[in-house]
Design a protein around this ligand. Structure first.
Ligand SMILES: Nc1ncnc2c1ncn2[C@@H]1O[C@H](COP(=O)(O)OP(=O)(O)OP(=O)(O)O)[C@@H](O)[C@H]1O
Length: 605
């Protein structure tokens, strides 16, 4: 047996209000949008037609009526388009082309039920000169009725909503004006908000046909400043520069504003997007390529498909092509800046180098132009790649910040210039540099690579200091660390802790094992490898030279314990429980030794 689906309208309205729309005043957007589409449809029949929208707020501010002089509706259209959820006249045989209209889903009118218990729509169709004026009343229980209404002199439609008590605040003059301005502020026909006989113009621009960012009436030299002021007013943020945006795909026209502060990569920028001059949302986040998080834009588009929630565009081919074309506009701007205003580019980079590094990784041409300007950290201070390559024939970099910290001091003493590749994108950029410019070798270095370059002792000396090395090996053995006697600069550094990536992972696993329960200890043990770290004792340092020859091996053991922990701290390694315990043990032993003096009978617990 065939059955029909039923729609629970109350459930659907709840879905719309609580899960689809982010602002309760969306009914203003939906009604202005319907009025706009109806005016567009009427203009298809009569191209000279002058559209207008009036919003009447009742004297007691309990009800509001949106009146348009658009195409209106016949009775058949009311049954079909108003009463069938999901039906829309804008998808097919209505006058004109589908792409002339903003609506498409056939659900927008339902937004009115969020704030009112009834929608009362009075309309007279422009399709027929003798068309009657009809009243359609719809209720959230899914019932509606149609009847004759007092005749309207002109074709068009009015929609009246009596507010639910909970939404009274949306029906004040100020709130309504703000909502109408927010959504319809750049519509090309007059919008008037009438209350207590007073007319308040919503879109006050003198050049109503032009976009607010249209600066064609100004000399070229004044346009940038005009846009910056507009951006600061509309976005409430300090603006560094403005970039005109244009894309034939998607029909995009607008401005991208470069923010005068660093922007977060994670917080994709929210753009102020109009669709056919109605505000779609001020938080559209997928209009630009993902690397363009250093700009926020204000644009109008005519040919992109919004999602039903209207805060993003459908991720279709058209959007991808549009993103690419807008990406070109931003790229062109940056290239021009590099060529014509390099100082300004430097300033822009100081805010937005992370975004531009992301772009360089996506685009080789951009990389080749910009890589030289990117700021980098080296053990000789902050620099640019260009400066670094003036000093070096090859690029040496660490993959991680921690590795850089360990290497920095010792590398500088060996006159090795190392870049910290641990900041976002830097290691990938340097590796990419190697691929694009093979004549400049690029090598990723770890602390253990540097240790190979430290000068060792002669076999004779090694043999002589075996007792010292044996004590050191015993102290360090529980920490998977091996002692080495070396000579290195800086001479005032007694020890250097060197750990490659695997050994560092082993340390982290050890620390976790200290606090894990039996089950996890079993799992963690599986993660350990054979890799060991090294503690290099600097034989060029007086303390180490004396220590290596000291007869009191118990004292030597204490000093090694403290030196080990000190070198960990200098390398910014977090200490595990057993290392902390060893440090306090070693220190108290040394204190005791110094208080008792060499003559006393020092006890080592
Ligand atoms: N002011 C109006 N003048 C003429 N027709 C209207 C008006 N308002 C609504 N309609 C008719 O009602 C239909 C349903 O409107 P609704 O706002 O629910 O959906 P839509 O505008 O078609 O699509 P969307 O859900 O994307 O906004 C419209 O397609 C249109 O035919």
């Amino acid at each position: 047996m065939d059955h029909r689906f039923q729609i629970n309208l109350t459930g659907l309205i709840d879905l719309l209000s609580n899960h689809l729309y982010t602002r309760p005043d969306v009914f203003v957007r939906e009604l202005m949008q319907n009025a706009t589409d109806a005016i567009h449809a009427r203009c298809q029949l009569a191209p000279q037609h002058q559209g207008s929208i009036h919003i009447h707020l009742d004297d007691d501010a309990q009800a509001v009526t949106f009146v348009d002089n658009g195409i209106g509706l016949t009775e058949a259209e009311m049954h079909r388009f108003l009463a069938v959820i999901g039906e829309s006249s804008k998808r097919g045989e209505w006058v004109g082309q589908t792409q002339d209209y903003i609506g498409q889903f056939g659900i927008g009118l339902l937004a009115c039920f969020i704030v009112a218990d009834q929608i009362e729509l009075v309309s007279r169709s422009a399709a027929d000169a003798d068309a009657p004026t009809l009243r359609w009343s719809g209720r959230p229980d899914g019932t509606y009725d149609i009847g004759e209404a007092p005749p309207r002199t002109e074709p068009g439609t009015s929609v009246r909503l009596v507010c639910k008590p909970a939404f009274q605040h949306l029906f004040s003059l100020d709130t309504l004006r703000e909502s109408a301005q927010h959504y319809g502020g750049i519509l090309p026909w007059p919008i008037d908000l009438v209350h207590l006989g007073q007319n308040n113009r919503v879109n006050t621009s003198e050049r109503i046909d032009a976009f607010p960012w249209d600066a064609s009436h100004l000399p070229h030299t004044q346009q940038r400043q005009y846009w910056i002021e507009l951006g600061e007013r509309m976005l409430g943020a300090e603006i560094f520069d403005a970039i005109p945006l244009e894309s034939t795909v998607g029909g995009v026209d607008g401005i991208a504003f470069v923010l005068a502060r660093a922007s977060l990569q994670s917080g994709r920028n929210r753009h102020h997007v109009y669709l056919k001059r109605m505000l779609l949302s001020d938080s559209v986040d997928n209009l630009l390529p993902s690397w363009a998080f250093f700009v926020r834009c204000i644009v109008n588009c005519t040919d992109l498909h919004p999602t039903a929630a209207r805060n993003a565009f459908s991720e279709d081919d058209k959007l991808r092509l549009t993103q690419a074309e807008l990406g070109h506009c931003l790229r062109r701007y940056l290239i021009n800046l590099a060529e014509q205003e390099p100082q300004r580019l430097q300033q822009l980079l100081s805010y937005h180098h992370v975004a531009l590094k992301a772009l360089a990784l996506e685009d080789d041409e951009f990389f080749k132009l910009f890589a030289q300007w990117f700021p980098l950290e080296t053990n000789y201070g902050n620099t640019t790649l260009q400066e670094y390559l003036k000093r070096n024939q090859q690029i040496l970099y660490t993959q991680k910040v921690d590795e850089f910290r360990q290497i920095a001091q010792i590398a500088a003493a060996q006159h090795i210039d190392v870049i910290n590749g641990g900041y976002i994108y830097d290691a990938e950029l340097l590796a990419r540099h190697g691929e694009l410019f093979p004549l400049v070798p690029v090598r990723s270095v770890q602390p253990s690579d540097i240790s190979h370059e430290l000068q060792g002792l002669s076999p004779d000396q090694e043999a002589r200091y075996q007792p010292f090395l044996k004590v050191a090996a015993t102290v360090l053995e529980p920490f998977d660390c091996r002692p080495k006697l070396k000579i290195f600069e800086p001479a005032d550094l007694p020890t250097l802790f060197i750990s490659n990536r695997e050994a560092t992972i082993n340390r982290q696993v050890d620390h976790c094992t200290e606090v894990a329960d039996d089950l996890w200890q079993g799992v963690l043990v599986q993660l350990q490898s054979e890799a060991k770290s090294e503690l290099c004792f600097n034989f060029g340092h007086t303390l180490i030279r004396r220590l290596a020859q000291h007869p009191d091996l118990a004292l030597v053991e204490r000093v090694i314990q403290v030196l080990y922990v000190q070198s960990l701290l200098m390398g910014h390694y977090p200490l595990g429980r057993s290392e902390l315990a060893m440090m306090s043990d070693g220190l108290s032993g040394l204190l005791e030794w110094s208080v008792m003096g060499t003559k006393g009978t020092a006890t080592w617990h």
